[in-house]
Unconditional design. Structure first.
Length: 182
């Protein structure tokens, strides 16, 4: 399935081309990559503003995942797996994909009613792959619950990752206790 425009880079308006970590060309990468974007509601403009976005190749995901504590990884996987049934798995229906990107996979609520939300998708070259997990959206209530599952070891690692993916002006505004999960 072609990549939904919401997963294009806000900075360039085009497809992501590089992994944020290794800087390899993800459009040539054979093992796929994840794009994650986070949005926060702006009270002044009455609209959502993208606060961070990145693409991360599968190899780097494996490397970075090994930095997370086993305890955090297991808690998050168990938490999310219990909600996978909320995802409508229709592989060739763009309307369903749009709905998945608007509905929190955990709370089954419209993410537009949240103060913040994140979306993620899995891609191979210039195609979006749809599965029982991807693409998905997670609203602020679920984000907060996931934050409570994170160990101190994982928090330390996540702070280093935030320095890598967040622009300096955003990093200053990003809550210090907020963990970025890929």
């Amino acid at each position: 399935m072609k990549i939904n425009n919401i997963f294009f880079s806000d900075k360039t308006g085009n497809l992501f081309e590089k992994c944020v970590f290794c800087e390899g060309n993800i459009l040539k990468y054979e093992n796929g990559y994840v794009i994650e974007k986070a949005f926060k509601y702006n009270e002044k403009t009455k609209s959502f503003k993208m606060i961070f976005e990145y693409a991360l190749c599968s190899e780097c995901i494996k490397k970075l995942s090994s930095e997370m504590s086993k305890e955090s990884t297991e808690k998050i996987q168990n938490y999310l797996s219990s909600f996978r049934s909320n995802l409508n798995v229709v592989f060739d229906n763009e309307a369903v994909i749009e709905e998945r990107l608007k509905t929190c996979m955990v709370k089954n609520k419209n993410v537009q009613t949240s103060e913040e939300y994140q979306i993620a998708g899995f891609f191979l070259k210039d195609k979006m792959l749809v599965s029982d997990m991807f693409p998905y959206a997670v609203g602020d209530e679920a984000i907060e619950e996931i934050q409570n599952l994170i160990s101190e070891k994982t928090r330390d690692f996540s702070n280093k990752f935030k320095d890598l993916i967040l622009p300096p002006d955003v990093r200053e505004k990003f809550p210090k206790d907020r963990v970025v999960i890929f």
